[in-house]
Write a protein that binds this ligand. Sequence first.
Ligand code: NCD
Length: 308
Amino acid sequence: MASWKGRDILSIRDFSRGDIETILKYARKMAPIAEGQKSSRSLDGRILASLFFEPSTRTRLSFESAIIRLGGGVLGFSSVEGTSVQKGETLADTVRMVEGYADVIVLRHPGAARLAAEFTERPVINAGDGAGQHPTQTLQDLYTIWDEKGKIEGQSIALVGDLKYGRTVHSIATALAGFGASLTLVSPPGLEMPWEIVEEVKATGTPVSMTHRLEDVVPTADVLYVTRIQKERFPDPQEYERVAGSYRVDLAILREAKKDLIVLHPLPRVTEIDPAVDRTPHAKYFRQAFNAVPVRMALLEMLLGVGG
Ligand code: NCD
């Protein structure tokens, strides 16, 4: 799989459907290593730099778990506090310097992933760029749908919540367009999916419908992809208060659902999913969080040119 070596992962648009299918199959082979049942030293001596300018739990820890389970090491920071960024160092300089310390760079930055990639020969993985894209989250989301449902094609998928600022839904909507799924977009008024993304998805012939009412989609959905309202992206806190708590997936609403509906969430959840749902067979969000590890293992091996 030589062609993947050294590539950056900046947007889900960098991948064709065929590329994504290759990654999903590769990830499945990594699952026993991610679970700790098999061991591997395929990335022995390789170093991952994990540069997080914005908060993260799962993304950072799952990248770290992935490289450590493959025999590699990790360095980096999880907040700019205590780094030279506070002294005014530019992103370009940080990246140029880190290039000398690591083989692959995982970056969460409010918007400069693509710019950062221009300053280094090392592969840069965008781990979430503000309200933009989150491509590796999408790969783990697609893996979860494929693994749970057997296929992505033909599924009726509802994206629920903050579709304006949520980067996970931006990425997955774009990716699903290539897979022959149908999409329903459920958001509070004012937090609709950006029209450019809706147009891009529709242009592939994917059926897209929109509603403000969660009740409208629950009975027919195969996948309910629930997201948090992105409080930190609201210019006006009062605007946030107006939409906070708009939707809550609970046992009552799920009574209307198909028996095999799966509920996904990139996490963290705030109030969108009642914890009582965790005990139902619909709840797949913790499995989805685990799936980050085999998917990120596959990506790291591919970018670093080992395995296959
Ligand atoms: C998401 C993110 O950071 O975009 N979390 C994640 O990466 N698993 C979702 C969110 O913060 O709401």
